[in-house]
Design a protein around this ligand. Structure first.
Ligand code: FES
Length: 167
């Protein structure tokens, strides 16, 4: 069963003030650096636990609503837990005509999640993206930072299987 955006509470992470103080110090406690601060938190947790946002808002002496507005504006940030592997299926025109939908269906079938969802074991999150800038390789997906092109159903299934084995 998949973990959906609505199924989870915002956070249950314990507060690690030492880590957050380090992040704030690195970013000079500057309210102009909120995006960088959120990036650092995301790099550790893979999402933005509510407890961390509350702490940052208090330490920077800014309203929590400001942090939330930044956190919800950028697709790179998530307020709910995300998988260790973030899969992005390109659904841009070039990939679409080369079978991106079949690739997406194959991943959905294998992981039992749909777009925007995360597997219960927090290993995989599935998203789509509009053009990854390597259209000639389509259909293309990325798994975290790594691109995989020239996919068909079979190659996609074995690729996901490989990530399952590596996890
Ligand atoms: S449309 Fe998929 S990489 Fe450009």
């Amino acid at each position: 069963m998949a973990v959906t955006q609505k199924a989870l509470p915002l956070t249950e992470e314990p507060l690690d003030s030492e880590f957050l103080d380090g992040v704030l110090q690195k970013n000079e406690y500057d309210t102009e650096n909120v995006i960088m601060i959120l990036q650092d938190i995301t790099a550790r947790y893979n999402y933005l636990p509510e407890v961390t946002l509350t702490y940052v808002a208090r330490k920077l002496n800014i309203p929590i609503s400001h942090i939330f507005s930044v956190a919800t504006f950028y697709k790179a940030f998530s307020l709910t837990p995300r998988g260790k592997y973030i899969i992005n299926v390109c659904t841009g025109t070039a990939c679409h005509v080369r079978g991106a939908e079949k690739i997406k269906e194959t991943i959905e079938g294998r992981l039992h999640i749909h777009e925007g969802e995360t597997t219960e074991d927090l290993m995989f999150t599935l998203d789509t993206v509009r053009c990854l800038g390597c259209c000639a390789l389509g259909p293309v997906i990325t798994v975290n930072e790594k691109s995989h092109g020239g996919l068909d159903r079979k190659k996609t299934a074995s690729l996901i299987e490989q990530y399952e084995k590596d996890s």
